[in-house]
Design a protein around this ligand. Structure first.
Ligand SMILES: Cc1cc2nc3c(=O)[nH]c(=O)nc-3n(C[C@H](O)[C@H](O)[C@H](O)COP(=O)(O)OP(=O)(O)OC[C@H]3O[C@@H](n4cnc5c(N)ncnc54)[C@H](O)[C@@H]3O)c2cc1C
Length: 497
């Protein structure tokens, strides 16, 4: 798509905080409408892209038909590919299952999920079919995609951010790294936000004037804020996120009277390797993820099960499993598999440096892990007896298989199969904090609203800086990036006017 930006040009200037997906979507949209766009990121160039760059960039998009998938891929599907439609109603139902999120906001995101991703594709973003273990499955002669997570950005998060930066820079938008937005500038006359105060890595400060779009993520990297809003137990967690999302700009907006919105006591967590670093970056990405627990059982330090490992597909239950782990001794869990189970572990279990133990017997495994051996043996024996029916032939995470336990607490509701084939393998893990759910309230132009529901002129928010979409422990994967593109695109278009 060729656009004459000079001809479209308007006098407005737009300042964008962040280089994550939401911020870059906003910057592209504002530039498309002719605004002078300046993007500032606290991170240096090597660490550009926020949490968005760490992702597998799996996208939850309402896709009513295969034709829509082909439009997003910009090419026909291969003959053996089957797409199970994922319509807006189902998306909406899944995204609002907690009953405690902003239905209007979610309906807006769902309704725009296809068109906003198509908008980025027309600008040059490339998408591909998701290779996520839990959304695609081979049937005889066919590859089936289902469950709403059908597409991902080509090159995952890295590919997404680099493509968005290329698009923006080709349109004449500029990005300045190591430049933190530290404050918002308000008009003395009417209180509208008219600019931002920026600080470089040497501490030099200056002002930029224009409408301001906050694409600065949640406050997950700020342990003090996490402690204050989510409690001590979350503040000490390893972080799966970049260290820049400190919530400073969310706080600055609140100081101006913006409405705090969404589940401020909630966050996204995931099971991660017990030896994962304390904070993540683009070299870590999702490598420390441990979400193939459906193929085995999970025990605690005492050798007892404490969570339903088969409650749902991993994209719908891994957050709940991570949260259950928070209440175990040392916040640790141990995923245990036999030789049947290990066949179904995703690639991250083979990553370099993975923490793993293996033994021919369960007592030996327990002693290597430092967990109660007698209890572990009892746990596995009673679990094996409780497995009702199972078939290795249909062992697939593509559909809930209802192979459940009976008579053990907690139950395992799907994929329950006896653990009998040595050597036994264990992966110790803990819960990692990904991002927080509390943010600002926006309208459908992504303008930030104050505590009376009135627009704060000149101020916009997008992506995880916006609250109201998630409520812990409910979570469905793949919403975050789409939320960022929908809110970012609308913010940029409106701010440029
Ligand atoms: C490991 C991992 C895997 C994930 N997988 C997926 C997935 O497959 N699909 C999905 O939809 N979601 C996924 N998510 C969630 C997803 O990352 C977020 O929903 C999404 O990236 C949020 O985008 P954002 O642009 O709002 O924030 P971010 O991408 O985090 O960007 C925030 C930006 O703001 C900058 N910043 C912060 N404060 C300031 C300041 N004061 N001044 C200037 N800049 C500032 C940061 O440096 C950064 O550039 C995953 C998250 C993680 C961590």
């Amino acid at each position: 798509m060729k656009i004459d930006y000079e001809q479209n040009s308007r006098p407005g200037a737009v300042i964008v905080a962040g280089t994550g997906n939401a911020a870059l979507s906003a910057a592209i949209a504002a530039r498309e409408k002719g605004a002078i766009v300046k993007v500032f990121d606290q991170a240096d160039y090597a660490n550009r892209g926020g949490n968005s760059r760490l992702t597998a960039a799996v996208l939850r998009i309402a896709l009513e038909s295969s034709e829509r998938v082909e439009l997003l891929l910009q090419k026909p599907l291969a003959e053996n590919v089957q797409i199970e439609p994922y319509d807006s109603d189902l998306y909406f139902m899944e995204a609002t299952a907690s009953g405690k999120v902003d239905e209007q906001l979610i309906r807006w995101i769902v309704r725009n999920s296809y068109s906003s991703m198509y908008w980025l594709v027309k600008h040059g973003l490339e998408l591909e079919l998701s290779d996520h273990t839990y959304t695609t499955a081979a049937r005889i002669g066919e590859q089936v995609y289902s469950g709403g997570l059908i597409l991902q950005a080509k090159g995952e998060g890295e590919g997404l951010i680099n493509a968005e930066l290329r698009i923006l820079e080709a349109m004449g938008g500029t990005v300045q790294y190591e430049s933190r937005v530290v404050d918002l500038v308000r008009s003395d006359q009417d209180g509208a936000v008219i600019g931002a105060c920026i600080e470089d890595s040497c501490g030099k400060q200056w002002r930029e004037y224009g409408k301001v779009i906050l694409g600065s993520g949640g406050f997950e990297a700020n342990r003090q804020m996490v402690k204050e809003h989510l409690g001590e137990i979350f503040a000490g967690l390893k972080q799966r996120c970049v260290p820049y999302n400190t919530g400073l700009l969310t706080q600055k907006a609140l100081d101006l009277g913006a409405m705090p919105y969404g589940h401020w006591q909630g966050c996204h967590c995931s099971p991660i390797d017990v030896n994962a670093p304390d904070s993540a970056d683009h070299t870590i990405r999702e490598l420390t993820n441990r979400v193939s627990f459906v193929a085995g059982i999970i025990v605690n330090r005492e050798g007892r099960r404490f969570t339903d490992e088969g409650a749902n597909y991993p994209p719908k239950c891994y957050v709940a499993v991570a949260l259950d782990t928070l209440h175990q001794t040392d916040q640790l869990g141990f995923q245990i598999f036999d030789q049947q189970g290990v066949r179904y572990l995703d690639n991250y279990y083979q990553a370099k440096g993975v923490t793993r133990e293996e033994a021919q017997t369960l007592p030996k495994l327990a002693s290597q892990l430092g967990i109660n051996a007698q209890n572990l043996v009892e746990t596995v024996e009673s679990f094996n007896l409780a497995c009702q029916k199972y078939s290795h032939l249909d062992y697939s995470f593509h559909a809930l298989d209802a192979c459940h336990t009976a008579g053990v607490t907690p139950p395992k509701s799907n994929w329950a199969r006896p653990i009998t084939e040595p050597p036994y393998v264990a992966y110790p893990y803990t819960a990692g904090l990904t991002y927080t759910f509390g943010g600002l309230k926006i309208n459908q132009h992504a303008q930030v609203l104050d505590c009376n529901g009135l627009v704060i002129e000149g101020l916009y928010a997008c992506g995880e800086a916006v609250g109201g979409v998630n409520y812990m422990p409910f979570y469905i994967a793949g919403q975050g990036l789409v939320k960022g593109t929908v809110t970012g695109m609308h913010a940029g278009h409106h701010a440029a006017i």
